[in-house]
Design a protein around this ligand. Structure first.
Ligand code: FPP
Length: 229
């Protein structure tokens, strides 16, 4: 697959099973992020999109939100060297303006630093919600139509997709969700129209390179027809 997207689920339950605070689950989950980046590099995957923080996650207790932001800060502070060495370009989708200013600054810095890297693009979905993204695209098209710069009949799938935060990124071929849940949870609703979905019955902190290789093998076994014969 050219583009793999992952819903990293089960950090909280992993921690609970071990009698640990939820933030320890997220911390262990950050280690799995390293594993999947390595695995994608090995497989020659070109885009990896990770659902790191959803719009709904803002409703979690303040302490947990803070812990997640601190983990993200740490990732952005510490992983720059690895991303450069691995030729990985960092991008972000979502309502980035809602993130704390200090996190935004780190994110911008690392995006800039890795901008010319080519072998893998790591897309972090941060404060991301697919409905919000689709509404923003509709609003931007409506604004242009009202101003007369486009006609309503100009709006087609290609123009619509160009107003999404994923403009320029191919749709995911494979969507992986961990912890066995069978839900899409407001992730890339437009973009996963034809994605193969693989559900893994492990909590995210237990996810290792081999688990991604297995998910990709399952993807390869499936016959992809895009609705045609
Ligand atoms: C879902 O588990 C996971 C999250 C809400 C956050 C994902 C974040 C990370 C893996 C760590 C940081 C990421 C980066 C890029 C540094 P959950 O808390 O919903 O688990 P539960 O369903 O068991 O409660």
């Amino acid at each position: 697959p050219k583009h793999v997207a992952i819903i990293m689920d089960g950090n909280g339950r992993w921690a609970k099973d071990r009698g640990l605070p939820r933030r320890e689950g997220h911390r262990a989950g950050a280690e799995s992020v390293r594993e999947v980046v390595d695995a994608c590099k090995e497989l020659g995957v070109e885009y990896l999109t990770l659902y790191a923080f959803s719009s709904e996650n803002w409703n979690r207790p303040e302490a947990e939100v803070k812990a997640l932001m601190a983990l993200l800060d740490r990732f952005l502070d510490e992983r720059g060297k690895d991303l450069m060495r691995q030729d990985v370009k960092l991008e972000a989708i979502g309502q980035i303006e809602r993130l704390p200013a200090s996190t935004r600054k780190r994110l911008e810095k690392l995006k800039e630093k890795t901008a010319n890297n080519k072998s893998l693009t790591l897309v972090l979905a941060l404060s991301y919600g697919a409905r919000e993204e689709i509404v923003a695209a509709a609003r931007s098209l409506a604004t242009d139509a009202a101003a007369g710069t486009i006609k309503p009949e100009d709006i087609d799938c290609t123009l619509f997709a160009s107003r999404l935060s994923t403009a320029g990124i191919p749709d995911p071929d494979l969507l992986v969700r961990t912890s066995g849940e069978l839900r899409v949870s407001n992730f890339l609703l437009w973009q996963i129209s034809y994605s193969e979905i693989v559900i893994v019955k492990k909590f995210w902190p237990e996810f290792r390179q081999g688990d991604l290789f297995e998910a990709v093998a399952e993807y390869t076994r499936r016959h992809r027809r895009f609705g045609a014969l």
